[in-house]
Design a protein around this ligand. Structure first.
Ligand SMILES: CC(C)(COP(=O)(O)OP(=O)(O)OC[C@H]1O[C@@H](n2cnc3c(N)ncnc32)[C@H](O)[C@@H]1OP(=O)(O)O)[C@@H](O)C(=O)NCCC(=O)NCCS
Length: 177
């Protein structure tokens, strides 16, 4: 790991989302058309639209956190947990402002979250991720963290009105170093 990357990582944190204090920083990536190309949501056209979404979906979300650089929210990472017989697995999702792409920040965030989540949740055995087959950057993040590519789920999600193939990745508790 280069000392430059180590220095960058020392300024990164994952913390709870502050719907008021983080709103302007949230808008930077949430209103950027390039960011949700492979995601189910669309870029927000106004602050009002974003506030409505935050109030309806994010405030009540069980695990929506922000990725911060010097405590400024430059992206987000979330986990969707399951219940009952599915409680052994959860799904990770992440997003980063485009000006921060390609610096290893998402890799740091996913790696950090994987280790803390297995520590905090003894019932969890598997963290999974679903990635559009064309989302090369996201697949690279998961591969760098150590996720296994399990296969392609054909015609799996509808993204921006198109039925898309998705790659399923997983990281097991037993994959921890
Ligand atoms: C996917 C995303 C989170 C990656 O964040 P990031 O901080 O840039 O990721 P990292 O820098 O840790 O790693 C990305 C790797 O993919 C590479 N990469 C990025 N785009 C690429 C492309 N189109 N083709 C080939 N490699 C690509 C980068 O060079 C880097 O590899 P390297 O470390 O070997 O240089 C970010 O691009 C993003 O927010 N995209 C929009 C939202 C999204 O798609 N989220 C994931 C939904 S599953």
């Amino acid at each position: 790991m280069s000392s430059q990357y180590q220095e960058l990582c020392s300024k990164l944190t994952i913390r709870s989302f502050d719907p008021v204090g983080d709103l302007d920083d949230f808008m930077v990536w949430a209103s950027d058309e390039r960011v949700p190309i492979f995601c189910s949501w669309d870029a927000f056209k106004s602050k009002e639209e974003a506030i409505e979404y935050i109030n309806q979906k994010l405030i009540t979300h069980p695990y929506f956190k922000v990725i911060c650089l010097n405590n400024r929210a430059i992206g987000a990472i979330l986990l969707n947990f399951n219940q009952g017989n599915d409680r052994c697995r959860c799904e990770v999702g992440y997003v980063l402002g485009s000006q921060y792409w390609g610096k290893g920040i998402a890799t740091w965030a996913v790696k950090t979250l994987v280790s803390t989540t297995f520590e905090e949740r003894p019932e969890l055995e598997r963290i999974e991720a679903f990635v559009d087959v064309e989302n090369v950057g996201s697949m690279k993040v998961l591969e760098k963290v150590g996720f296994a590519r399990e296969g392609v789920l054909r015609k799996y999600f509808i993204i921006k009105g198109r039925v898309r193939d998705f790659v399923l990745f997983s990281f097991l508790r037993t994959d921890l170093p």
